[in-house]
Design a protein around this ligand. Structure first.
Ligand SMILES: [Zn+2]
Length: 405
């Protein structure tokens, strides 16, 4: 969830509200060499743009616009650069935007030499029309790019985006997408406890079974493994993954339609993945469910928030004392009776109810303090109080994750 950021800039379009959201996904390492090559060419175009801009400034005393520059960079992809012509355009546009934004005649040169202390982390911008998504892969320059797709991306309208490198040399793709916000159809609030035995338990007591996505495929998988048919094994695993993704899409859509607010407990999947239950953890698809809920929540007008699930299992949701099962050994305890008030609890339902209570109290405190602040503040200051997330980047679609500027 940390890799998802809201850049809310509402645009009204025939009655509905469209917000921009930036989805950030890790690119598989095997594409590193290709992307580094592209980034080198981006740097060439960037530095060429700056060189041109400085010359024109010196000679004519004016700043070139992105439009002027396009005439010079148009032929670049024919001159030996392998960059998409739209990427070339995106780079020089970005150069002009930044120069204006920082009110500087000269920006930093972009450095491709990895051994230099001035090295510019790789960055490759593109327009939405330069990429397509097919079968969970991003197609860029006719090349399929594999992603660690925690969003289950599909049916998204991509406006623009970029590839960017982090200081450890890992690559990410940032996609700016349009999400249409509708009014909530559900009004209830629900807490969700994610688990292994049940994928999800709702505070209403409903339990969503951890689907056995592969049970009927297991014999075929075993046969293929015995016969050492690697292609077949791979195909069956892909089929299982697809079924899981499909199921999670259906589940998340159903949840955001049913409810006005959803609070999800923050399972530490990476910690659990190191235990004996690793396989189940990976199969459960918690993080995929959480991210789907978050981006679909916008579309359905549903408030989605992750809350700490600390003590949610131990605490009695009726009287509030910590009388429940503790630690990993307590995982076997499916139901218990509170020694404080004598209420009998289903372990997971009780946890979900605590998550709901925690979520509601967090929601109340943020919203009521915002309302109080607003009431006591002179109207003239309202702009200053606007949340950071909705300012700054809104008018600047390429800004997602540009390193080293
Ligand atoms: Zn109790």
């Amino acid at each position: 969830m940390s890799n998802q950021q809201v850049r809310a800039q509402p645009i009204r379009r025939s009655g509905s509200i469209v917000v921009k959201r930036v989805l950030r996904m890790r690119v598989k390492d095997k594409h590193g060499a290709f992307l580094r090559g592209q980034a080198r060419e981006v740097n060439l175009v960037w530095n060429y743009s700056q060189d041109l801009s400085l010359k024109v400034l010196k000679r004519e005393g004016r700043f070139m616009s992105a439009y002027d520059m396009a005439a010079y960079t148009k032929g670049a992809s024919k001159e030996g650069l392998s960059l998409h012509s739209q990427t070339v355009q995106a780079v020089s546009e970005e150069y002009c935007t930044r120069r204006r934004q920082f009110k500087k005649a000269k920006l930093r040169w972009r450095v491709s030499d990895r051994n230099s202390s001035q090295y510019s982390l790789g960055w490759i911008p593109f327009k939405g029309s330069a990429v397509t998504i097919r079968n969970g892969q991003l197609h860029y320059q006719g090349k399929p790019i594999s992603l660690w797709d925690s969003f289950g991306i599909r049916d998204l309208k991509i406006r623009c985006g970029s590839f960017s490198e982090d200081s450890r040399g890992r690559w990410y793709v940032n996609l700016t997408v349009d999400v249409e916000v509708r009014h909530a159809s559900g009004t209830s609030a629900v807490g969700i406890d994610l688990g292994l035995k049940e994928l999800a338990t709702l505070s209403t007591g409903e339990k969503i079974q951890a689907e056995r996505f592969y049970r009927d495929l297991e014999p075929a998988l075993a046969r293929a493994q015995r016969a050492n048919k690697k292609g077949r094994v791979k195909a069956i695993h892909a089929k299982i993954a697809n079924r899981r993704k499909d199921f999670l899409h259906k589940l998340s859509t159903w949840l955001v339609k049913q409810h006005g607010a959803i609070f999800v407990g923050d399972v530490d999947a990476s910690a659990l993945a190191q235990t004996r239950m690793a396989k189940s953890v990976l199969d459960a698809g918690w993080s995929m469910l959480c991210t789907q809920l978050q981006y679909k929540g916008d579309g359905a007008g549903c408030w989605v928030q992750v809350v700490s699930e600390k003590y949610s299992t131990q605490t009695c949701s009726h009287c509030g004392i910590r009388s429940g099962p503790k630690g990993l050994t307590g995982l076997k305890v499916r139901s218990w009776i509170c020694h404080g008030c004598g209420t009998e609890h289903d372990r997971d339902t009780n946890a979900a109810q605590n998550i709901l209570r925690q979520g509601l109290s967090e929601w109340m405190s943020t919203h009521s303090s915002a309302a109080e602040a607003k009431a006591s503040e002179p109207a003239v200051n309202e702009d200053v109080r606007a949340p950071r997330a909705s300012s700054g980047v809104g008018h600047d679609p390429l800004a997602a994750g540009i390193p080293g500027l």
